[in-house]
Design a binder for this molecule. Sequence first.
Ligand SMILES: Cc1ncc(COP(=O)(O)O)c(C=O)c1O
Length: 426
Amino acid sequence: MATGLSNSSVATPQKERSLTWSTWIEVNLDALGHNLQEIEQHSHSPILPILKADAYGHGAPVVAAFLQSLGYHFMAVSTVEEALSILECTKPTLLVLTPPSLEQLPLVLQHGIIPTITSPRLVVELGKLAQQKRQKVVVHLKIDTGLGRLGVAPKDAWEIIRLIKNTPYLSLGGIFTHFSEAFKNSSFTKTQLNRLLEFRTQLSKTDPVQLLWHAANSAAFLSLPASHLDLVRIGTLLYGQTPLPLDPTWHLQETWRVKARLLQIRTLPKGHGVGYGRDYRARKAIRVGVIALGFCHGVELEPQGTPKHQLKVALGRLIHAQHPKVFYQDQSLPLIGRIGMGLSCVDLNSVPELDVGQELTVPMRRVTASAHLPRLYYYQERLHCVFWNSKFYYKGQWRTNSRGLFLTKFPPHRGSSPEPHTLVGQ
Ligand SMILES: Cc1ncc(COP(=O)(O)O)c(C=O)c1O
């Protein structure tokens, strides 16, 4: 993956007894705010932050509360369940990017969620319920312009738009599409955009209503400015990563890192095995550190590749340079032996100064990091709150509300996001 990122420093966790873990995730909210500003500076349109997959592993409730404090009140998630996990804590306007199941329609109404429509049946069922409750529902329609996944073909969208128009209490707030290979910088992205724009032109001839048209994800945002339209749906860039090389005007910061504390250090003699199966044998006396990190935390949960890819990974592991590593400050340390369910071992021969309790940084895929790992949120370079096992630690104590959740608060901030009602077309 291309870089263009700078490291940002985060204060180490407070040494309060109730706030120490063996393994934890640090989320740098200042970096998140900084990245938003960077995106704003490069954008022709308002940003719709994407908080799917638990805000890409950052913990969606706190990220949503923080973004609201910056003036962003309209966000998107993937599913109704994800929307509820945010709405139990804070109240942004949420677009759900996948169609709700029929069983979830009452929740859509109850929580004022903006659903994505992908079939006439959904319009009919949602319309019935909205009429029963006498409640207005704004919807967005997803058009498939070439990804071949969710959405309806442009030719089938006409019927759905007509149906929505004729359904009391339903109103169409936006129409969107999703790109299939914007990360390749390919001409197919332009083809997809042109299909959407062609549809927009046709629709404006028969039905000149004001709608939000949106298409760009992070890759299209970078590679095809014409795709910015009325909103840009941004996840990857917001969280400090990039799908395409960035030009020197970009300065994204890292927002997320995993830390693990050394639980034990022992010197094993030459020939001693390390870990299950004794796959690793010490070629000389070795100082082995143990950290609480394994499958249960989401390590090594990369998708299964093709056999060719798996062979490449296995070969890479044989070569020391590609062995999985952890870091002490800037120094990389090889993980040795098999990764266990909850423990891994580190070769500490190159860092004799390290002692039990010291912290290592662990590279990990963010969206597969376990939700059970505590998220420690740093704001203005201090620990602001912690989210762990459905509880929040904030202002010196663990708190939950009657539903087991607690709202963390951020002071209001400047922000350039439009008011939610102008965005959702209510
Ligand atoms: C429909 C849709 N739009 C936008 C995004 C954001 O994409 P990115 O993380 O590339 O910005 C996603 C993420 O998967 C998505 O599913």
